[in-house]
Write a protein that binds this ligand. Structure first.
Ligand code: NI
Length: 138
């Protein structure tokens, strides 16, 4: 970790009040940590725009495994991207529905392409890609 630098920030009182209320609801005990997290979040989001930047993430899918050939299609896509998928978890939610969570790491473009392919597969009811950073540069 690099050494700490101190900065002064001029901010509207109204805005600061709203910020304090927000970070209070989120469980922060001091502003500095909240500011640092906001800055990191912006930097991480910026890095996703670079297709070759290495990102980490999780993709959550909900689907009905009775839909014809759906499980096979989802598996084929995953095997085509095996180098991007670190781990998968499959949960049988009820008689029909499956929940799948994939842990991903790789170039941002490739991770997003994989997520789009799986989410766009007919029969997938809902899903969400959450991107983050592998953490090294934060
Ligand atoms: Ni299942």
């Amino acid at each position: 970790m690099s050494s700490l630098a101190r900065i002064g920030v001029a901010i509207d009182e109204d805005l600061l009040e709203k910020f304090d209320a927000l970070i209070g609801r989120r469980g922060y005990t001091n502003r500095s940590e909240a500011f640092r997290d906001l800055i990191r979040d912006e930097l991480v989001q910026e890095s996703w725009k670079e297709p070759d930047a290495i990102v980490a993430g999780s993709l959550t899918l909900v689907y009905d495994h009775h839909v014809r050939m759906l499980s096979d299609k989802l598996l084929d896509i995953q095997h085509d991207h095996h180098e991007t998928i670190l781990s998968t978890m499959h949960v049988h939610m009820d008689h029909d529905n499956c929940l799948e969570v994939l842990a991903l790491k790789g170039p941002a473009g490739r991770v997003q392409q994989l997520a789009n392919s799986l989410l766009a597969t007919k029969g997938v009811k809902h899903g969400k890609l959450t991107l983050t950073s592998p953490g090294k540069d934060l």
